[in-house]
Each structure stands twice: as C-alpha cells, then as structure tokens.
Design a protein around this ligand. Structure first.
Ligand code: PCA
Length: 214
C-alpha cells in the first residue's frame, strides 16, 4: 500500500502538549482510500526538523506529505497557501536557536506554493461542520521553516504532493489562555483526515473564493 506521511510537532513555548502531534499520532497506521498513514513526531528545532522530515520521506516514499503545527490564537483549521524562505524566531526554538532574518535555503526561491488542493480541502472540512480557512502565511518560526524545507525537497519530486496545516489550541490548552479560541481534538483529527481524502480525490484544486484583505 502506498504511504501517506503526516507530521506533528513536540510541545513548545511553555505548553505541555502540542495538539498537532496529539491529533496526527491518532491517525498513525490508519488506512485512507487504500493508503497507509505513517505519523512522525518532529522537534521544534530549526534545522533538525527538516533533516528528520527528509529522512522520513526517503524511507517511506509517500504519495502525500502533510505537516501539521499548532497556531495558538487562530480559531479555525488553517490550510497554508505558501512557505517563505526566511526564519525569524520570535522565541528561541526548543534547542535554544533563534535565527533572525535567515534564509532557509540561500539558493532557494523566495517562496513555494503548497501543492495540496487547498481550496478543495477548506471546502470539504467546512462541509463537515468544522471551521476552516486558507491562511496566507505560516509565520516565520519553525512551522514555516519545516514547510519551506518540505516544499524545497519536493521540488525535485513532483510526484509527491505536500503542504502544511496549522491548527488552533485544543480546549485543555485554551483554559490557560484567557480569551483564546480552541477546537476539539476530535474535530482536528477529522479535519486532517478530510485533508488527506480530499488530496487523494483532487488532482487539481477547485476555483473558490478564499482570499483575505489583511
Ligand atoms: N507551531 C510552531 C512551531 C511548532 C508548532 O506546532 C509554528 O507555528 O511555527
């Protein structure tokens, strides 16, 4: 059976869990439309995160790679449109590194598009009653770093589609962050599964409104 690689991150920024790994690990070994899901835990570390992802891609030769990360403060499943070639850490990573305006690949392009059918994924998640949106930036921290590294390595592997999804806090985190939105883990898991199914269904993206003004 062909593989699908899902990744989630370790906790960071004072949290004791990262909902991306909590969600992704529950899909490990799931079978989706004749594909075998493999979930991998990625450290919140510039550099080593990409190394580990590349190793997993070589080992598994997946048809699809979806990396997932926590974006505390966001209220919906955020399907990222674009990865940019810069790391600018607001806080140090889990290994103490805090790059400022560093290119991720000095020889790489300014940005890479996600190769997931992002509009179709947002539509399908919403149809299941779960809030979802296109996000125009994955930030400049480790998530964007991994997303860029992923798309950079897939640039020579057009047969593998890949992208990044940011998810909100889950309720057990949000109770400690007054005023912050959250989404239940069940819905997050369901949304990730829908993203995989939709990517397997849609070779090309649909045309749908999903822009933003700010
Ligand atoms: N979120 C961080 C890095 C790890 C994670 O889950 C980010 O958005 O960059």
């Amino acid at each position: 059976m062909p593989n699908i690689l899902l990744t989630g991150f370790e906790p960071f920024g004072g949290e004791s869990i990262n909902p991306s790994w909590e969600a992704v690990k529950q899909l490990d070994r799931a079978s989706i439309e004749g594909h075998n899901v493999v979930s991998r835990l990625i450290p919140v570390a510039f550099g080593t995160s990409i190394d580990l992802l590349k190793k997993s891609i070589e080992e598994l030769n997946p048809a699809i790679v979806i990396a997932v990360g926590q974006a505390g403060g966001r209220s919906a499943i955020s399907v990222e449109r674009v990865a940019i070639n810069v790391s600018d850490g607001r806080i140090p990573d889990n290994e103490g590194r805090q790059p400022v305006d560093e290119p991720i690949n000095p020889n790489g392009p300014v940005a890479y598009w996600s190769t997931l059918p992002i509009k179709a994924v947002v539509k399908a998640i919403r149809e299941e009653g779960i809030p979802a949106e296109i996000s125009q930036t994955a930030g400049t921290y480790v998530c964007n770093h991994l997303f860029y590294g992923l798309m950079d390595s897939l640039a020579s592997r057009r047969d593998i589609r890949g992208g990044f999804i940011h998810i909100p806090f889950i309720p057990e985190q949000a109770v400690r962050h007054s005023g912050q939105p959250s989404l239940g883990l069940r819905d997050i898991i369901k949304a990730i599964e829908i993203a995989v199914r939709t990517t397997l269904t849609y070779e090309a993206d649909i045309e749908a409104i999903g822009g933003s003004i700010h």
